[in-house]
Design a protein around this ligand. Structure first.
Ligand SMILES: C[C@H](CCC(=O)NCCS(=O)(=O)O)[C@H]1CC[C@H]2[C@@H]3CC[C@@H]4C[C@H](O)CC[C@]4(C)[C@H]3C[C@H](O)[C@]12C
Length: 325
C-alpha cells in the first residue's frame, strides 16, 4: 500500500508514503536536462525539463516511483493490483511504456493543462523494462499547484479523473474511493452537538469526538478517507519548516508500523519511506522507517544542464540527538 497527498501553503508540496515488505534499492535521482531519454516506441528525447525523485536505477535508467520537475509538476505511481491493465501498441498515438510514464510527462509538461493535452495522445503500453523488472500494476496521481488528476489504465481503457481532494491510495478504482467519502461527510474537527436525541443527556466527554467513525485500519480505502480528512483540515504556518513538518504529519496519519500488516508468513508491510517535494522550489525531502530525521536534496544546487544522472543514497539509521552526552 502507498498513500500520496498534496498540500499548499506559500509553496506547493507533494509527496507519498511507499509501503512494502522490501525495498527495490532506491536513490534520490536527478535527471538533468540533457540526459537523453530513449523512449522505446517514440524515439529519443535529447533535452527536456530536469526531474528529481525517488527511483531505482537500472541500466543507467531512472525507474521513478515519485518525482517532480523544475516547472512545478509532480507525480507518483501507486499499486493498483488487479485493476491496472496496459494496452498493446496502437498506430497513430504515442505509445509510452508503463515505466516511461513519469519521465514522459515530467520531461515535457509545465502545468496540468499541458499534462491533459499530452494524455489525449497517449497509449500506456505493456512493454516491460526488462525480464528482471516485469510490469508493475500502478495508477498515478499528477499534480501542479492548481489541480490534481488520477490516471488509471484498465481493461476498458485509459481513465483520467479530476482529483479534487488531492490524495491517492490503492484499490478500489478512484471513482469508488471518492464515492465513499459521502459516508463520512458528518466528520468534523469541531466537537459534535447532540443531534441524536434532545431528551438524552449525551456529553462530548472527550476532545476529538467530531472525528469519531474515521476508519483507523490500514486498508487502502480506510487510508484514503483518513488521509483526505487529515489533509483537508490540516493547518500550518507558511514557512518552509512549518509546511514540511506539517506535510510529514499529514502522511503520518497513514504510517504503517512493522507487525500490523502481515503480507506473508513473518513478512510485514511497513512505510519504507515518506517523501515531501517542495514542488515550487525543487527540493526533495524524505525520511525512512529507520531514520526519522528529514533529509533533503535540492535540485537547483546541481548542474541541471548536465547529461548524466545525479544520484544520492537514501540515508538510513536513526539519528538520535542526545542532549546530555
Ligand atoms: C512496490 C511499489 C508499490 C508499493 C505498494 O503500493 N505496495 C502495496 C501493495 S498493495 O497495493 O497493498 O497490494 C511500486 C511503486 C513504484 C514501483 C516501481 C516503478 C518503476 C518500475 C516499474 C517496472 O514496471 C517494475 C519495477 C519498478 C522499479 C517498480 C517497482 C515497484 O512495483 C514499485 C516500487
Amino acid at each position: 500500500m502507498c498513500t500520496a497527498a498534496t498540500y499548499k501553503t506559500k509553496d506547493f508540496y507533494f509527496g507519498r508514503t511507499l509501503d512494502y515488505e522490501f525495498s527495490y534499492g532506491d536513490q534520490i535521482v536527478i535527471t538533468p536536462r540533457n540526459y537523453a531519454f530513449n523512449f522505446r516506441h517514440v524515439g529519443d528525447m535529447k533535452n527536456h525539463y530536469a526531474i528529481i525523485g525517488m527511483a531505482h536505477v537500472a541500466e543507467d535508467y531512472p525507474l521513478y516511483y515519485d518525482a517532480m520537475n523544475e516547472k512545478g509538476v509532480a507525480m507518483a505511481g501507486l499499486n493498483f493490483v488487479g485493476n491496472a491493465v496496459y494496452a498493446a501498441i496502437k498506430p497513430d498515438v504515442e505509445n509510452i511504456a508503463q515505466f516511461e510514464f513519469i519521465p514522459w510527462i515530467l520531461s515535457q509538461c509545465s502545468s496540468l493543462v499541458e499534462v491533459r493535452e499530452l494524455l489525449e495522445r497517449i497509449n500506456i503500453v505493456n512493454t516491460p523494462f526488462s525480464e528482471q523488472f516485469p510490469l508493475a500494476q500502478l495508477h498515478w496521481i499528477i499534480s501542479d499547484e492548481n489541480e490534481s488528476i488520477t490516471v488509471e489504465s484498465m481493461s476498458d481503457g485509459l481513465h483520467i479523473y479530476d482529483n479534487p481532494v488531492g490524495v491517492l491510495t490503492n484499490n478500489p478504482p478512484f471513482p469508488q474511493q471518492m464515492f465513499q467519502l459521502n459516508n463520512y461527510m458528518y466528520l468534523s474537527p469541531k466537537q459534535p452537538r447532540n443531534t441524536f436525541c434532545e431528551n438524552l443527556a449525551l456529553d462530548a466527554y472527550s476532545r476529538g469526538m467530531g472525528g469519531l467513525g474515521l476508519p483507523g485500519d490500514l486498508s487502502s480505502s480506510s487510508r484514503f478517507v483518513r488521509v483526505a480528512f487529515t489533509k483537508v483540515n490540516a493547518i500550518s504556518g507558511e514557512s518552509e519548516e512549518e509546511s514540511v513538518s506539517q506535510f510529514f504529519h499529514i502522511l503520518g496519519s497513514v504510517d504503517q508500523q512493522r507487525g500490523c500488516c502481515e503480507v506473508a508468513d513473518g513478512k510485514y508491510e511497513i512505510t519504507l519511506y515518506t517523501s515531501c517535494c517542495n514542488v515550487t522550489k525543487g527540493i526533495y525531502y524524505y525520511n525512512t522507517y529507520e531514520n526519522h530525521q528529514i533529509s533533503a536534496v535540492d535540485m537547483h544546487v546541481e548542474n541541471l544542464d548536465s547529461d548524466k544522472m545525479i544520484c544520492y543514497p537514501v540515508i538510513q539509521g536513526e539519528r538520535i540527538n542526545y542532549q546530555n552526552k
